[in-house]
Design a protein around this ligand. Structure first.
Ligand code: FAD
Ligand code: MG
Ligand code: MG
Ligand code: MG
Ligand code: MG
Length: 536
C-alpha cells in the first residue's frame, strides 16, 4: 500500500493492505518510535500500554548505556554489562520491535519507510503511525577532515570492541622481539581528537589501565614509552563544563603525563599519524599513533539530513539537528503528529536582540517610545509563552524592571530594553547533546502523549499542557586514578576524595534494569579482585 505500494506492517507480519484496514484489528493509537537509545527508552518507560500500539524501529536491538562505554575499551567493564535488549524493555507494553533503519518519512500519509538491517536484498516496507517520535541520535562530526577511516570512534558496542582489540593487539605487538624502537613508539602512542567528555574519559581509562595492569602484565614495555595525547580545538578540554572543572582535569592530566594540545585543529589523518595545526601560529605538527580516537561533536544522521531537506522551506535552519518547538514537535510537520528528541533535535534559540526596535513598537501601546511597567509585563508574558526556559529568569518581574531601568525613570527606553534582551538571550543557550537531555525529553514526550490521548478533542485543555523545561542535574566525568569531576551547574563543582564512588553510584542508580546493575557490580568487583581482562 501507500504511495510507493510497499508492504505495510503493523509491527509483526506484513501485508499489502491499506493502513486503515490493518488499523481495524487493533483500534489503539499507533505510536512509532525511531531509535532504541536514551531518548527512545525514556519515552517507552512512560507509556500506558492500554492506550498505544507501540512499534520501535532501530538498527540496534539493545539500549546502550553510553556513559560507561569508555570503561569497556580497556576491559574495566564487560560490553554485555552495558546493554539491555530493547525487546525486554518493550515487553511491558506488549510492543513490537523491527530491526531496521528508517530511510524516509512520508509526513503527509503518516508512513515511515524502513529497510531491514540484515536484508541483503534491501527490501523496503512502510510502518504507519498516528504519532511518531524521532530519537535517532547523532553521528560523529567529520569537519571535512581527510583520512577518518584510519580513526576509531566510540559510539557503539562494536566501536568499543574494536578499540579494545586494537589496544591489546598493539601492546602484544610492542612486546615482540622483532618490533623496532620506532615501531614500538608508534604502536604505544594514543591520540585523541576532541577534548569532550568521551575523549577525556577514554584518556582516563587508558591511564588507569597503564598504571594498574600494564606494569605487572607487560614487563617488556617501559611505561614511559606509552604516550597519550589529546588534541582540542577550544582553549580548554571539557569546555562545556565549568571552567574550574576543566582546569582541575587539566592539572590532573599534566601530573599523569597525559599530553594536552589546545587551540589546535586536526587537518589530516594519515594511516599512522595525525597532522594538526596550531591556530595561533598556523604551524603544522605530525604525531604518530597506534590508535587514534575521533570524537569531536555531533552531526546529523543521514535520515535527519534527508528530513530537514524535505520539510517546508523556512521551517528548518539548524545545521546540526531538527528544530522543534517548545513541546518537542517538529517544526513544519502536520501539527501534533511528529516529535523529535535527544541528540537529533534542538529547540531554536531566540534572537531578541536583532528585533529590539520591533519589540519596542509592538509593545509600546501608548506610543511614547518607552515601556511602562505594565507594557513590560505584557512583553515578558509573550516571551515566556514562546520560551518557557525563561520562566525562572523572568520570575520576579518588578525586580527585573528596577534592575534594567538604569536611570530610574520608571520606564525602559531603547538602550535599557536592549540590555535586558541581551541578558535574556544569554539564558537560552542550546541544550547540550547529553543522555541527561535525551532522557528528560523522552520522559516529557512520553507523559505528554499519554495525557494527549485523553484530551486531544479539547483544544483548550491541550493548550494548557506545559512546554519542555530542562533541569540540569549536573555533569560528571571520570578522570582516572579513582577521581571524577562533577559540575552541578551554577558554579558548584566537586572533585577529589569520594568522587569516584559518587560517580559510580550516580550511573548505578540510573541503570535501566536489575540485570545490568548486577552485571556492573560483578565487573567492578572482579576488577578489584583480579585486575582487568587483558585478552582480546
Ligand atoms: P542515542 O542514544 O544515540 O540513540 C539513537 C538510536 O537511534 C540508536 O539506537 C540508533 O541505533 C538508532 N538509529 C540511528 N539511526 C536510525 C534510523 N535511521 N532509524 C532508526 N533508528 C536509528 N551523556 C551524558 O549525559 N553523560 C555522559 O557521561 C555521557 N557519556 C557518553 C559517552 C560516550 C562514549 C558517548 C558516545 C556518549 C555519551 N553521552 C553522555 C551522550 C549520550 O550518550 C547521548 O547524548 C545520548 O545517547 C543521546 O540519546 P538519543 O536517544 O538522542 O540517541
Ligand atoms: Mg534514542
Ligand atoms: Mg538535542
Ligand atoms: Mg509606552
Ligand atoms: Mg529608564
Amino acid at each position: 500500500g501507500g504511495p510507493k505500494n510497499l508492504v505495510m506492517t503493523h509491527g509483526c507480519r506484513g501485508s499489502v493492505l491499506k493502513a486503515e484496514e490493518i488499523h481495524q484489528n487493533d483500534p489503539r493509537q499507533r505510536l512509532v518510535i525511531l531509535g532504541s537509545g536514551w531518548g527512545a527508552v525514556s519515552v517507552i518507560n512512560q507509556l500506558d500500554p492500554k492506550k498505544f500500539h507501540v512499534t520501535v524501529v532501530s538498527p540496534t536491538n539493545y539500549f546502550l548505556f553510553t556513559p560507561l562505554l569508555p570503561s569497556a575499551t580497556v576491559g574495566t567493564l564487560e560490553l554485555r554489562s552495558l546493554i539491555e535488549p530493547i525487546r525486554r524493555l518493550l515487553s511491558r507494553l506488549g510492543g513490537y520491535y523491527l530491526e531496521g533503519r528508517a530511510e524516509d518519512i512520508d509526513f503527509e500519509n503518516q508512513l515511515v519507510e524502513v529497510t531491514g538491517i540484515h536484508d541483503s536484498e534491501g527490501r523496503k516496507f512502510y510502518v504507519p503511525y498516528d504519532k511518531l517520535v524521532i530519537a535517532v541520535g547523532s553521528e560523529s562530526m567529520t569537519h571535512g577532515v581527510e583520512g577518518l577511516e584510519h580513526c576509531s570512534f566510540l559510539k557503539s558496542i562494536g566501536d568499543a570492541r574494536d578499540i579494545r582489540r586494537k589496544v591489546m593487539e598493539n601492546f602484544e605487538k610492542a612486546s615482540l622481539p622483532t618490533t623496532t624502537d620506532e615501531e614500538r613508539r608508534q604502536l604505544l602512542s594514543f591520540v585523541i581528537c576532541g577534548g569532550g567528555p568521551t575523549g577525556v574519559e577514554f584518556a582516563a581509562e587508558l591511564y588507569d589501565f597503564l598504571n594498574e595492569d600494564l606494569v605487572g602484565y607487560f614487563p617488556a614495555i617501559p611505561p614511559e614509552e606509552v604516550q597519550v595525547n589529546i588534541i582540542q580545538s577550544a582553549g580548554h578540554i571539557l569546555n562545556t563544563y565549568d571552567l574550574k572543572i576543566s582546569e582541575m582535569t587539566e592539572k590532573k592530566f599534566q601530573r599523569d603525563n597525559i599530553g594536552i594540545v589546545t587551540n589546535a585543529r586536526v587537518v589530516k589523518v594519515n594511516p599512522k599519524s595525525v597532522v594538526y595545526k596550531e591556530k595561533a601560529t598556523g604551524k603544522e605538527f605530525e604525531v604518530p599513533f597506534g590508535v587514534c580516537l575521533w570524537s569531536t561533536g555531533v552531526g546529523m544522521t543521514p535520515l535527519v539530513k534527508a528530513l530537514v531537506a524535505k520539510l517546508p522551506a523556512g521551517s528548518q535552519s539548524n545545521k546540526h539537528a531538527i528544530e522543534t518547538d517548545g513541546y518537542m514537535r517538529v517544526i513544519g510537520t502536520p501539527e501534533g503528529t511528529v516529535y523529535a528528541i535527544g541528540d537529533c533535535a534542538t529547540i531554536p534559540q531566540p534572537h531578541f536582540v536583532d528585533k529590539v526596535m520591533n519589540l519596542l513598537q509592538e509593545n509600546d501601546t501608548n506610543r511614547d517610545n518607552v515601556l511602562s511597567y505594565a507594557e513590560f509585563q505584557k512583553l515578558a508574558e509573550k516571551i515566556i509563552a514562546k520560551h518557557s526556559i525563561l520562566k525562572v529568569f523572568l520570575s520576579h518581574l518588578d525586580k527585573i524592571f528596577e534592575k534594567y531601568d538604569r536611570d530610574h525613570s520608571g520606564t525602559l527606553d531603547m538602550t535599557e530594553i536592549r540590555t535586558f534582551l541581551m541578558d535574556a538571550e544569554k539564558q537560552c543557550t542550546a541544550l547540550p547533546a547529553t543522555a541527561q537531555v535525551a532522557n528528560q525529553q523522552g520522559h516529557y514526550v512520553g507523559k505528554r502523549i499519554n495525557v494527549l490521548h485523553d484530551i486531544e478533542q479539547n483544544p483548550e485543555a491541550v493548550a494548557k499542557l506545559p512546554q519542555f523545561a530542562y533541569r540540569h542535574l549536573g555533569s560528571l566525568a571520570y578522570i582516572g586514578g579513582n577521581d571524577a569531576v562533577l559540575d552541578m551547574g551554577k558554579g558548584m563543582v566537586y572533585g577529589g576524595i569520594g568522587s569516584e564512588y559518587l560517580w559510580r553510584s550516580v550511573y548505578f542508580s540510573e541503570q535501566v534494569s536489575i540485570r545490568t546493575r548486577l552485571l556492573l557490580l560483578m565487573d567492578w568487583s572482579k576488577r578489584a579482585l583480579f585486575g582487568r581482562d587483558i585478552s582480546k
